[in-house]
Design a protein around this ligand. Structure first.
Ligand SMILES: Cc1cc2nc3c(=O)[nH]c(=O)nc-3n(C[C@H](O)[C@H](O)[C@H](O)COP(=O)(O)OP(=O)(O)OC[C@H]3O[C@@H](n4cnc5c(N)ncnc54)[C@H](O)[C@@H]3O)c2cc1C
Length: 386
């Protein structure tokens, strides 16, 4: 492990920790109940300068995935949806950082870092989730414009975004080499929000079905060149993956802390349940899993911050995602169990943590996809043991 927290990292973590306790925690249950995007929390993040953490410094950011992971971890201790708002600030801009021209970076990154605008990342379609190369959306050039047609599903924040980065085929016969990425302002003609999904958790960030119908954008909105989109999509997802893990890491800590306090107070058979060894061992296992996830995530993020996120590093980014997200599901379930019937009730945050955690194993590559990436790394010798 070769990561170290700098003074800047600690400052960002401490700022996020204070905001999470003072501003996010009191709103968390209400955000879940109402299922409305929390503009007030977005404004709090904007004022604290937390919306551009992965954007290069010259465009107003802090250029650090480790910093983002720390901020997300602190936030998700209380509210996984608010952690997603921070993550989306990276997911929506990372494609422009990776593949964008200087003009595109100047046009979109400083305003995103300042929280003047926000974006969404559009890859999934009705017939293409894990099998990304199966996307059917198309774009064709028409003079100085591209015309985009297609449908995107389950897009986090898609209905509250000012722009989306979307992936389509400009050369369908070329498979993944025919992918291209576009920046689409959401007031573009032909762009619409068709539907919002009703879902199990993370209700504060809407998940939208988006339609592009004869949607016209200037040629200047093509990110990089035609045919570069698949690589841009893969690198964007793999760099943001450990931060999905950080949402799980924070959530699990929030769940553990709550269950521990409950276990001190709740008495059965004449003593606090914390004095029963079965409960002690559950808590010990939860803490051990949390610490293991923390190391995987910080290590993965430090690799990204060193520019090590090309294909051969992908397994390390997947380790962090798959372990931390599955850990969050297990820990939140065990924490709920420690509360007994009360854990199942909405008077406590554990049923919310459990519902929210379940999303993490699906987004930005399911647990199965992460294992495919890790297995490929083993087969191709990117990870070597022995
Ligand atoms: C709340 C939420 C928010 C989301 N936000 C976004 C977003 O902002 N942007 C975006 O583009 N997408 C988003 N998604 C979509 C998400 O990325 C996809 O759901 C995910 O990639 C899986 O695709 P799928 O649902 O089509 O499942 P499928 O690909 O149809 O897979 C179905 C099942 O089969 C398994 N599977 C598939 N292929 C294999 C294989 N080869 N081997 C073994 N198992 C396999 C999968 O792991 C899964 O369990 C979001 C999803 C959710 C639930």
């Amino acid at each position: 492990m070769d990561y170290e927290l700098t003074e800047t990292h600690k400052l960002i973590r401490d700022t996020a920790r204070r905001i999470a306790r003072e501003r996010v925690q009191p709103r968390a249950a209400q955000i879940d109940e109402e299922g409305q995007y929390p503009e007030d929390i977005f404004a709090v993040f904007r004022e604290a300068g937390l919306l551009g953490l992965t954007i290069p410094v010259e465009y107003g950011g802090a250029a650090s995935f480790l910093a983002l992971a720390l901020a997300v971890e602190e936030t998700a201790k209380y509210c996984c949806a608010s952690g997603l708002i921070l993550l989306l600030s990276a997911l929506s801009t990372q494609s422009i950082v990776i593949g964008g021209s200087e003009e595109q970076r100047q046009a979109w990154l400083p305003r995103s870092a300042a929280g003047e605008i926000r974006g969404a990342f559009c890859l999934t379609e009705p017939n293409a989730g894990s099998d990304v190369a199966a996307i059917e959306s198309r774009a064709r050039r028409d003079g100085d414009e591209y015309v985009i047609d297609g449908e995107k599903m389950f897009i986090s924040g898609g209905s509250v975004a000012h722009f989306v980065v979307t992936f389509v085929k400009t050369d369908p016969a070329a498979g993944s080499r025919g992918f291209s990425a576009f920046i689409v302002p959401t007031d573009s003609p032909g762009f619409s929000v068709a539907r919002l999904d009703r879902k199990m958790g993370v209700t504060g960030v809407p998940t939208a079905n988006l339609v592009f119908q004869d949607c016209r954008v200037p040629v200047a909105n093509l990110i990089g060149e035609e045919g570069r989109g698949f690589r841009i999509a893969m690198l964007t997802m793999s760099t943001c993956r450990p931060v999905v893990g950080a949402r799980g890491l924070g959530l699990a800590q929030g769940a553990l802390a709550y269950a521990l306090e409950f276990a001190r107070e709740r008495r059965t058979f004449g003593r606090p349940i914390l004095e029963h060894q079965a409960i002690q061992f559950m808590l010990a296992d939860m803490a051990t899993q949390i610490e293991a996830a923390r190391h995987l995530i910080y290590h993965a993020c430090s690799l990204i911050d060193q520019g090590k996120y090309e294909r051969q590093y992908a397994p390390y980014l997947s380790f962090a995602k798959v372990f931390a997200t599955e850990m969050a599901v297990k820990v939140s379930s065990d924490a709920l169990q420690i509360l007994g019937a009360q854990g199942y009730m909405k008077d406590h945050p554990l049923e919310r943590h459990y519902r929210d955690a379940r999303q993490l194993m699906i987004v930005e590559g399911t647990s199965q996809v992460q294992r495919m990436i890790i297995a490929r790394g083993l087969a191709e010798g990117d990870i070597v043991y022995g």
